[in-house]
Design a protein around this ligand. Structure first.
Ligand code: ADP
Length: 399
């Protein structure tokens, strides 16, 4: 009598394009599952390339390199949005499982495509349109303000406008707040289409994170508050303090609907603005693990990284529920001191519950080089511990 599987099942090879910290932590999440990990990295010094067992160093914009890389993988997924959509279509046509697929991913690659699609789905977004030149931005500012005249004439726009290059931005790079035609000239220099948006006077920024598998199974994490400093994520609080239950559920349902309509596979972060009258507007989509989900490593039953791995391999998804009343994530940015290790003694002794995640990157001022997670029942205490550790590691707090 033969028991068990008819055919031997081998552990799959998960290929990830991009060697940043998201790949490093996705690799880490696959280790206990025995998943084999293959990485396409720009350089051998990239964060994930320093730890992954099977690294191909090459250019993700080159189809030949992508083809060679994919040959050794059962499925490929991404650490960033920068692989040309036509290359992904070519790989898919050749039978490579690409997750998320190009038809979904293009909404995270191109903010113009994303806005058009969300409009067609009736998803609330800031007022927006593609603009041709600074004069067109002035016209847009007038449309948004409802002003009768659109003269700039050095006096400036009636309302500030947010300009974004439709491709290639991250961490606030590729985003400008402009108040007159002179300032509006800069974004057009790159020669890529520019999206204009009303400058939303939001109460705070939220993120609704969900994960969806090819089977159509989906899970939603608690909605979090994300606090940005100079356009870079600084702190994430899970769950978002004071968010009424019905609003949290609405945001989760919105993210699940977007994931389904766009046929997203893997982790989807929906960045949101909460307006002062309690509405949510979608700012951005990211189809990969996301900074607003790093808290899940220590604060949820299944982390975003583990669920991304499960989703792209079409395994059943893990429980997204929180393990603590509050979890706070604080990013560690590079400061003036290149030596982080000496700070460990103080941080670990001060807070034995502190969870430190460093990315193995060289310290450069302002660069994201790690994050910390803290959790507990008292939000003020949990926030203080996270802020202290992140500040101490950076060197902005010295005691
Ligand atoms: P990136 O691709 O760099 O993440 P985002 O579109 O998320 O760019 O913008 C970065 C930050 O700029 C946001 O987190 C938010 O703080 C601010 N921002 C972006 N769009 C708007 C807007 N329409 N109104 C007000 N602030 C905005």
């Amino acid at each position: 009598m033969v028991c068990g599987y008819a055919e031997p099942v081998t552990f799959p090879v998960l290929g990830m394009v991009g060697g940043g910290q998201l790949a490093r932590m996705t690799h880490e999440a696959g280790i206990p599952l025995g998943i084999r990990f293959r990485l396409l990295s720009d350089t051998p010094q990239d964060s994930a390339a320093l730890v992954a067992p099977d690294v191909v160093v090459g250019d993700h914009r080159d189809l030949g390199t992508l083809r060679d890389f994919a040959r050794g993988c059962d499925v490929i997924t991404f650490d960033h949005e920068h692989v040309p959509t036509e290359h992904l279509r070519a790989l898919e046509a050749e039978g490579v499982p690409v997750r998320p697929g190009p038809d979904a991913l293009m909404h995270a690659q191109d903010k113009g495509v994303m806005r058009a699609r969300l409009d067609s789905l009736g998803v609330p977004c800031p007022q927006h349109r593609i603009v041709r030149d600074p004069a067109d931005v002035a016209a847009f500012a007038s449309e948004v303000s409802g002003a009768l005249t659109q003269a700039d004439g050095g006096a400036g726009f009636p309302v500030p406008v947010v300009l974004k290059t439709v491709r290639g931005g991250y961490d606030g790079k590729g985003v400008w707040v402009v108040r007159n035609t002179a300032e509006a000239a800069e974004p057009f220099r790159a020669g890529v289409p520019v999206l204009a948006e009303e400058k939303v006077d939001f109460a705070r920024e939220l993120a609704a994170n969900v994960v969806r598998s090819p089977h159509g199974q989906a899970v939603a994490y608690p909605v979090v508050e994300s606090i940005q400093v100079d356009g870079v994520c600084d702190t994430v609080i899970a769950p978002a303090p004071g968010l009424p239950g019905h609003e949290a559920v609405q945001a989760q349902e919105l993210a699940l609907r977007i994931a389904q309509e766009l046929d997203v596979v893997g982790h989807l972060a929906v960045e949101l603005f909460e307006t002062r009258d309690g509405r949510v507007l979608v700012n951005e989509l990211a189809m990969r693990p996301h900074n607003s989900g790093h808290w899940t490593q220590d604060g949820a039953v299944t982390s975003q990284f583990a669920n991304h791995v499960r989703a792209v391999l079409d395994l059943p998804l893990g429980d997204p529920r929180p393990r603590a009343k509050w979890t706070v994530m604080a990013n560690v940015l590079g400061g003036d001191y290149p030596d982080m290790y000496s700070a460990y003694l103080h941080c670990m002794a001060r807070d034995p519950q502190l969870k430190i995640h460093m990315y193995g990157k060289d310290v450069k001022p302002g660069r994201k080089i790690g994050h910390v997670n803290t959790y507990g029942d008292d939000l003020a205490d949990v926030r203080e511990r996270a802020a202290h550790a992140a500040g101490y590691l950076r060197g902005t707090i010295t005691e």
